[in-house]
Design a protein around this ligand. Structure first.
Ligand code: BGC
Length: 767
């Protein structure tokens, strides 16, 4: 060990001495064809320690709302000195061209910079928030959103987006539930892969693709009490079965990078967790790209209580496999001291530099550092008509119809007086949701404007805010308007600022003023359609009981208004499904449809001691997978290709959908499984297939799923994936609680596998 340390120290010193000699030849070396495999090694040989940590340093070019504002003359000097490898919160083809020019023309080694931003659900054209897009249960919507976002962002000089956010959560108190794909690892995995494909396209070096940073690796979505940044005190089993599969799916889809989570899992912050980062992600899964920390997370290892100095924090993070330091400057300022006292760290440091340079190479930056900086293209690309059209389509498909008594929707074309009530109906800012990149609220069509434009001729639409700090009569006015109308569209829920980072809530019912408004309007004797806005599941039993219809409209982006109008007036059928259960009360969370069975299953009989609440049913208000449509779609004819399966032969499971109604509609057929008996208990249901279909009246379609044995596996106490021989129940339905068709098959042999079962996509065909 001693000798190893000394050798490493000697090579470090030689590396530093070599710098002076290397300077003369640097230009020549750097002009070599950039894509050559040895270019990176050659650069590495020439770099000083300061230049190495410079490559690992990500600085902010501005604040998220004030981009590029920190790019002062002093900052440019840091670039010239090779002390920055990447910037976040920067944008614009022109300013970034200049910044890049300084790096590639005026720094010693001429290494291009990497420009990053949180392009999460749109860049300039803003799409629905991520939870809403996942509610489409249609990976194509995610792929389109990510593709268009990449096109716009790349034309604006960006190379790298901090997306997709794939954190599974079962606790809707957590504010960042809005950024992810909900509670289910299978659905989350399908959506994670779709996003990676969309952002990265076929070729990362193309001028219209960006590198994905799949985040936040670990179990960021399971913070204690739902409080952001809190510890995830979860089992190894739930880590591997529930939280990690979407990350694995992103690896398979080729994500270029990862971001580690702020938080810890049972006391081990992921940013310093070598077993998880270098072990699981790199060695076991074979991920060979770049890993960035979250904002200041390396320095925060001291707050976690696992490092006493910044230097120690840096040593822990670099040894764990975290390549780039976002914003803490620990690598830049304090890692050199750690390396000097423990030269073994130099190997980790060199690997990290390699990973960063390789990412730049994959993006084509050594070949042409300016391909992302074409101002004419930037101007043409922003909010191109096909982007706007797509934003409307994605928004329509994101809407979930929770309730529709007496088929009140769609509203037919007769003349009416419609009262649109609620301040959220005109709140354009909220429709942009959390992370809005360069979205502009002036470019949002509000729900009210959409309804006005979409209403049939002769229909009059009036609005009352109901809540207005400057008008003490606002509520009274709203009630009067409701009384004076034929039908009310009540827009209520959360505004954008109640969900997102650091926006956890202890109570996920309606905010108090919204509840007051809802109570007053629902007491009026008129039909009420609720458009519910929000970035998380909301506990709204009162609305569920009294409203005639409820549309979950989340935050729908630029085309919010037209999309809502399309659904309300029947131009399009709603067909979204909940990607996360809506509880009856906050006290019910965390919650998931896939709980393990109890020895004393819930029984409403209060005389029995069972797994229930004494003051609340245990079922959710609206279950995972729930969502209604127009039309009347029936599921029938479950067929299994065989009563048995083994390790090498997949099984086919098919069902037929028939639209018996008079209107076109959508249904997402869902395939759930249950492993009846095994050596450790299995969830009551796991989702293993879904397909959203549109059916015209009287149309019939048959969907077939192809399952393989590794999709039945669980993570055993020995850390191995295993599908145990035995009987599996098959449940096909339209939500986790609306199972219409059932069957069973037998797995005839026990099979071991390598991959998280939920990360494997089921084959689907439609006839
Ligand atoms: C968030 C990340 C984000 C980063 C950069 C952090 O606070 O947790 O998701 O990518 O900031 O904006």
């Amino acid at each position: 060990m001693m000798i190893k340390h000394m050798l490493a120290l000697a090579s470090l010193l030689l590396g530093c001495l070599a710098v002076t000699g290397a300077e003369a030849s640097a230009d020549e070396e750097i002009r070599q064809p950039a894509a050559r495999g040895d270019h990176i090694e050659s650069l590495l040989r020439q770099m000083t320690l300061e230049e190495k940590v410079g490559q690992l340093t990500q600085a902010a070019g501005g604040r998220s709302k004030n981009l590029n504002s920190k790019l002062t003359a002093e900052e440019l000097d840091r670039v010239r000195a090779g002390r920055v490898g990447s910037y976040l919160h920067v944008a614009g083809a022109e300013p970034l061209r200049e910044l890049q020019r300084v790096a590639v023309e005026e720094s010693r080694l001429k290494i291009p910079l990497l420009f990053a931003m949180d392009v999460v659900h749109g860049y300039r054209t803003i799409f629905p928030v991520p939870l809403a897009i996942t509610a489409s249960w249609d990976p194509e919507q995610w792929e389109t959103t990510a593709r268009i976002s990449a096109r716009e962002a790349a034309s604006s000089g960006l190379h790298w987006t901090f997306a997709p956010m794939v954190d599974i959560t079962r606790d809707p108190r957590w504010g960042r539930v809005v950024e992810g794909s909900g509670e289910d690892p299978y659905l989350g995995s399908i959506m994670a892969a779709a996003q990676v494909r969309g952002y990265q396209g076929e070729d990362l070096a193309a001028a219209d693709t960006v590198m994905a940073a799949t985040k936040h690796f670990g179990a960021y979505g399971a913070p204690t009490g739902g409080r952001d940044y809190g510890s995830a005190d979860i089992s190894e089993r739930s880590l591997h079965e529930t939280y990690l599969p979407p990350f694995h799916a992103a690896t398979t889809a080729g994500t270029g990078s990862y971001m580690t989570a702020f938080n810890d899992i049972a006391g081990r912050p992921t940013t310093a967790n070598a077993d998880l980062v270098n072990g699981t992600l790199r060695s076991k899964w074979g991920f060979d790209g770049m890993i960035v920390s979250d904002w200041n997370a390396i320095a925060e290892l001291m707050n976690h209580g696992i490092a006493t100095t910044r230097s120690e924090a840096g040593a822990l993070a670099i040894s764990a496999g975290v390549d780039m330091d976002m914003m803490s400057l620990v690598y830049a300022d304090d890692l050199p001291a750690a390396v000097a006292s423990n030269p073994v760290l130099l190997q980790h440091l060199d690997n990290a530099v390699r990973n960063v340079l390789k990412a730049k190479q994959k993006l084509g930056l050594f070949d042409d550092p300016f391909i992302y900086h074409d101002t004419a293209k930037e101007a043409a690309m922003m909010r191109a008509q096909d982007h706007i059209d797509a934003a409307r389509r994605v928004a329509v498909r994101s809407i979930v119809m929770l309730k529709n008594d007496h088929a009140i929707l769609p509203l037919a074309g007769t003349k009416r007086r419609i009262a649109v009530i609620g301040s959220l109906a005109t709140d354009r800012q909220s429709q942009l949701g959390s992370w809005r990149a360069r979205g502009d609220k002036a470019e949002v069509i509000s729900l009210l404007d959409g309804i006005k434009a979409g209403a049939s001729k002769g229909t009059v639409v009036h609005h009352a805010a109901g809540i207005d700090a400057d008008n003490p009569d606002a509520l009274k006015d709203a009630v009067a308007l409701a009384n004076d109308s034929d039908i009310v569209i009540l827009v209520t829920g959360e505004d954008y600022d109640l969900s997102g980072e650091a926006r956890s809530r202890s109570d996920i019912s309606l905010p108090r003023d919204q509840q007051r408004l809802a109570d007053a309007i629902l007491a009026v004797d008129k039909p009420v359609i609720v458009a519910l806005t929000g970035g998380r599941p909301l506990a709204v039993p009162g609305l569920a009981e009294k409203a005639d219809a409820i549309l979950m409209t989340w935050f729908l982006g630029n085309q919010a208004g037209p999309a809502l109008a399309d659904v309300i007036f029947g131009k399009a059928a709603p067909g979204g499904k909940l990607p996360i259960s809506f509880p009856r009360a906050t006290g019910q969370v965390p919650y998931s449809y896939g709980e393990y069975p109890s020895g004393r299953p819930a029984d409403p009989d209060p005389a029995k001691d069972t797994n229930r609440y004494s003051d609340l049913p245990i079922t959710p208000l609206y279950p995972f997978g729930h969502g209604l449509s127009y039309g009347d779609i029936e599921l029938s004819n479950l067929e299994l290709g065989s009563p048995t399966m083994d390790g090498s032969t997949p099984i086919e499971i098919s069902a037929t959908l028939t639209n018996n109604g008079k209107l076109a509609g959508d249904e997402t057929v869902q395939l759930y499984l249950r492993d009846r008996h095994s050596t450790i208990a299995q969830p009551q249901k796991i989702l293993r297939g879904f397909k959203r279909l549109s059916l015209k009246p009287q149309e019939k379609k048959t969907v077939s799923f192809t399952l393989t044995s590794d999709q039945l596996a669980f993570y055993g106490p020995d850390g191995k994936w295993r599908s145990e021989a035995g009987m599996f129940d098959v449940m096909v339905g339209s939500s986790a609680e609306t199972i219409v068709l059932t069957g069973a098959f037998e797995l005839t042999e026990t099979v071991e596998s390598e991959v998280p079962a939920a990360a494997i996509a089921t084959g689907v065909t439609v006839q």
